[in-house]
Write a protein that binds this ligand. Sequence first.
Ligand code: COA
Length: 204
Amino acid sequence: MQNTKPGRAKVILEKVTPETLKQYAPRLAALTTSHIMNHSRSINFLHPFTSQQAIDLFLKVSPFLSLNGPGRVIMWVAKLPPDERNDALQSINMGGEDTGHSEIVGTVQLAFHTSPNGVHRSEVRKLIVDDRYERRGIARALMIELQRVAKEEGSTLCLLDTEAGYAEHFYTKLGWKLIGYVPNYAMTPDGMEKRDAAYMYLEL
Ligand SMILES: CC(C)(COP(=O)(O)OP(=O)(O)OC[C@H]1O[C@@H](n2cnc3c(N)ncnc32)[C@H](O)[C@@H]1OP(=O)(O)O)[C@@H](O)C(=O)NCCC(=O)NCCS
C-alpha cells in the first residue's frame, strides 16, 4: 500500500476472515478500549465494561463476513509491514495482558444493506486507528480501499454516523457530505453527558 506523504505510516491492508477474526479480535478490542479509556471517545460502551465485551463487539460480525449477498460485511485490518514493526510497541488490554498482533494498527468495516430496494447502499462501521499511530494516514488508507471496494461491489451510496465535531473533517477531506446532526445521540463512556452525531454520505 502506497502511503508516501512524510510522517505517513506504511501499512498493508488485509481482509479479515472468520478464522483470522478469532485471532485478531483481542487486538481489535484493545485498539478500541484505548480510545474509550484514554480519550473518552463514545464507542459503544459505558463504564464499567470488560475486555470480553469489547472482543465480542468484533466477534459478532463473524457470520456476516461469510455472506455473499445482502447483509454481508467486509472487514479490513491495517498492518505495519515487517520492517516497520517495533517490538517495544505491545498491545495490552484493560487487564494488562498482551493481546498479540500489535502489528495491527487500524481496522474498518463495510456493511451492505439487507433490504432488496437498498442493495446499492452500504455503511461504514468501526473505523478505528491505534491512538499511538493517529494522523499518519492509516484511516485514510483504510477508507480509500473501502470506498474502492464498495464501488466495485455495486454500492453507489455509502453512509456513516460519527461523533459530531470530532472526525467529520477527516471524512469531508475524503469527499463525504454532511447530512446533518442528531442531538444527544450517544452517551460519553461515563454516562454523564450525551453527544451529538453527524450523519454523512458519499456517492460512489
Ligand atoms: C478518526 C480516526 C479514525 C482518524 O484516524 P487517523 O489514522 O489518525 O487519520 P488519518 O491520519 O488517515 O487522517 C487523514 C486526514 O484527516 C485529518 N484528520 C484525522 N483525524 C482528524 C480529526 N479527528 N479531526 C480533524 N481532522 C482529522 C488528518 O489531518 C489527515 O489529513 P491529511 O490527509 O491532509 O494529512 C482516529 O482518530 C480514531 O481511530 N479515532 C477513534 C475512533 C473513532 O472515533 N473513529 C471514527 C468513528 S466513525
